[in-house]
Design a binder for this molecule. Sequence first.
Ligand code: ATP
Length: 568
Amino acid sequence: MRKLIAPIRDKIPQILFIFLFLLIQVYCDLTLPQYTADIVNIGIQNTNFQFIIDTGLVMLLMVAISALATIGVSYFSSRVASGYAKDLRKIIYSKVLRFSNHELNNISRSSLITRTTNDVNQIQGVLGFVFTTLIFAPLLGVGSIIKVFELQTNLSWIILVNFVIIIILLAVVMVKVMPYFRITQEIIDKINKTAREILIGIPVIKAFVRQDYEEDKFQKVNQDFYDVNIYVFKKILMLLPLMTLIMNLMIVLILYFGAYDAVNSGILTGDIIAFIQYATLIVTSFLMIGGFFIMLPRIIVSGRRISEVLNTELTITDGELTEISQNPTIEFRDVSYKYPGSEKETLKNINFCLKPGKTTAIIGGTGSGKSTILNLIPRLQDPSSGEILIDGKNIKNYNLKSLRNKISFTPQKAILFQGDVQSNMQIGKNDASEEEIRKALELAQVDFVENLSEEVLQGGSNFSGGQKQRLSIARAIIGHHEFYLFDDCFSALDMNTERKIKNNLKDLKDSSILIVSQRISTIRDADEILVIDNGEIVDSGTHEELVENCDIYREIAKIQIDYMEALS
Ligand SMILES: Nc1ncnc2c1ncn2[C@@H]1O[C@H](COP(=O)(O)OP(=O)(O)OP(=O)(O)O)[C@@H](O)[C@H]1O
C-alpha cells in the first residue's frame, strides 16, 4: 500500500489547490438555497422587486464563481490523477524490467499487461472521483446539515429516515457486487492472454484451419466478461431509479409536514423551500459518498494486483562487487538447476570453464539443457545448487550491471525491437557510430540493409528468420565484451553465410566465446566441445577427441556428415 501511495506525495501542492477550489464551490452552492428563501420570504412576501433582482444577481454571481471553481477542481484533479497513473505505470514497468524468468512466469505476461494498463486506469478513474466527489460531498453534506439546523424546523427526522434507507440499499448492493470486481479483472487477464496467443499464432491457426475453434475460445471469455459486467451494472444501475424515488418521496414528506407546520407553527414558505434544497444536497452528497464506496472494492482489487507486482521479491538481486578484471574466467562448479515447479533437475552437476581467447561449444539433443546453461551466465536465472564463479568469486556477488556489461548474449530466438536498424544496433552499444554499425553488419553478413534508417517492425516481423539472426548477431558483436554467448543463433543461416560469420568471429580475439548449436559444422573448430545429454555433461574435448571417444558425438557427427555427403 505504501508503494501505491508514494507517487501521490509530490502532488500535494496541486491537491491543496483542489481543496481550495472545493471550499469555494461548496460555499457558493450552500448560499443559493438561503438566497432562494430570502427571495420568497422577503422579496415576494413584500412585493419588493428590487430586492428580488438584487438577490437574483448575487445568486448569479455565486453560480458563476462556483462554475469557475468547478473548472479549477476538474483541471487539477485530472492533472493529479493522470500524473499519478503515469508515475505508477513507470514504477510498475521498472520493477517488471528487473523480474527474472521465474517472476515473469509466476505473474503471467498477459496479467502484467492488464495490471500496467487496465488496473492503473481503474485507480486513475477513482482518484479523479475522489477529489471531485469524496472531498466535495462531505463538505457539501456537513455544510447543508449545519444550514438545516439553522432553519430550525421540525422536519430533520425525514432526512434521517432517508439516510437509513439509503445506507441499507447501498450496503446490500455492495455485498452483492463486491466479489465480482475481482472476477472482472481476472477475466480481463484471460481476454488478454487469449487474444495475445491468438494474434501470435495467426499463421498456425490459418494453416490448420482453426479459425472457428479459436473464435469460439475467444468468444467464451468474451461472453464471461459480458455476463459479469451485466450482472454488476444491473445491480448498480438499479440504484439510480430507487434513489430518485426515495428523494422524491422525501420531498413529498417535507412538503406535507412542512405545510402542516406552516399552518400550525408559522414556519415560513421560503424556509420550507430552502429546507427541501438543503435536504436534497445532503442526500445527493451522501449518494456521492455511497457511489464511491461501491467503486471502492474495484480499486481495492486493482490496488492489490498492482501491489502484488510491486511487492514481488526479486529472486535475482544485485551483488556489491562492481569491479571485474580484464578478460576474466567463468567457472561452472557443480551447477545444478531445477525449474520452479518442475519435478526433476534440468541440469545436473555441470562443471566447465570459459577462458579468455578460447571458444567453447555445447552440443546435445533437444531439451538437453543447453539454453538453460547459457541463461545462468548473465543471471537470467540462478543455479539451484553449485556455483558459477568469475575470478574465483560467485557471480551473485557482482553488481548485475557490471556483470551483464561483460557479456554479449544472443538468444535462440532472434529478438528485434520496433524502430530502425540503427536503434536496434545501438542496443548492443549505446553510442555506436555509423561506421561501427556498418562494420558489425558487414561481419554478420547483413548484406540486405542499405540504409541504417530502414524500418524494423515490432519483433522484426518485416525480416526473415535468417535475416533476423544476422541482425541479432551484428548487434551482439558491435560492442566489445569479455564473453560472447551465442545460443543456437546460426540455425537459420545457410552453411556458406555461417562459415563467413564464424571466420569473422575470430576478430573477437581476447574474448571468450560460448556457442550452442546442434550442427557439427558450427562447433567443430571450438577449443572445447561439451556434449550434453539429459542435463549432464557426458563428455568434452576437441572435435577429433570426441569423434574418437564419445559415442553420442560420433553418432551426431556421422548422421550430419553422411547427410552432407548425400547432398554433395
Ligand atoms: N520455463 C521453464 N519451465 C519449466 N521447464 C522448462 C522451462 N524452460 C525449459 N524447460 C525445460 O528444461 C529443459 C531444457 O530446456 P532448454 O531450453 O535448456 O533445452 P535446450 O537443450 O536448449 O533445447 P533446444 O535444443 O530445443 O533449444 C527442457 O526439458 C524444457 O522442457
